[in-house]
Design a binder for this molecule. Structure first.
Ligand code: AMP
Length: 177
């Protein structure tokens, strides 16, 4: 779904955020998070991918996720974006438990234009992006020609078949929900 809502100047473009949930009503959690993101005055929501049901990439036993990706413009720094997303996770009740455990909402900065960030709290491009089918496929749906160190699509053949990612036909983001 292509959206282009807010006129005006946005500093940074081509920012892809991964949205995921596997607790409670996962689809509703993703929709709520996207609305909280797009409602901020610093954000211009450009596009929302389909929703996908995906198998967890984790050693911890847990239910399947709903995942999608969004593309935004952002009027701020990458670190401010991380703080903003962490604030939404916290306000939705995310409690930081075991790494790669179940979560009510997970918001990751996957790509930030061509920017590279290597800080303690923030790595861009996201350091797991090229290993996660559930992050790659929704991004490619929005922008098929994305490039990491090589075309993002070319990483898919390096990922095992154990990662199951299925596009959902019957759920999609709508601003009217
Ligand atoms: P996670 O458990 O996957 O939600 O990881 C959360 C932590 O990863 C955050 O508190 C961030 O400090 C850190 N992090 C590093 N790089 C990123 C990124 N690109 N997007 C989101 N979180 C990141």
């Amino acid at each position: 779904m292509i959206l282009l809502r807010k006129p005006g100047q946005f500093v940074d473009r081509k920012i892809f955020i991964g949205v995921g949930s596997n607790m409670g009503q996962s689809d509703k959690n993703c929709i709520m998070a996207i609305k909280m993101i797009s409602g901020d005055f610093r954000v211009n929501l450009r596009s929302v991918s389909s929703f996908y049901t995906t198998s967890p990439v984790s050693n911890i036993e847990q239910g399947d996720f709903i995942n999608c990706a969004i593309e935004i413009d952002w009027n701020g720094t990458p670190m401010e974006l991380l703080q903003f997303l962490n604030g939404i996770e916290a306000s939705m009740g995310r409690v930081r438990g075991k790494k790669n455990g179940p979560r009510i909402i997970d918001l990751d900065i996957l790509l930030y234009g061509s920017k590279i960030v290597n800080e303690d709290m923030l790595t861009i491009p996201h350091k797991e992006l090229h290993r996660r089918k559930f992050a790659i496929l929704p991004c490619l749906e929005i922008e098929p020609d994305l490039v990491l160190t090589k075309p993002l699509a070319s990483f898919l053949s390096e990922i095992g078949d154990d990662q199951k990612v299925t596009r959902l036909e019957h759920i999609a983001f709508s601003e009217d929900d």
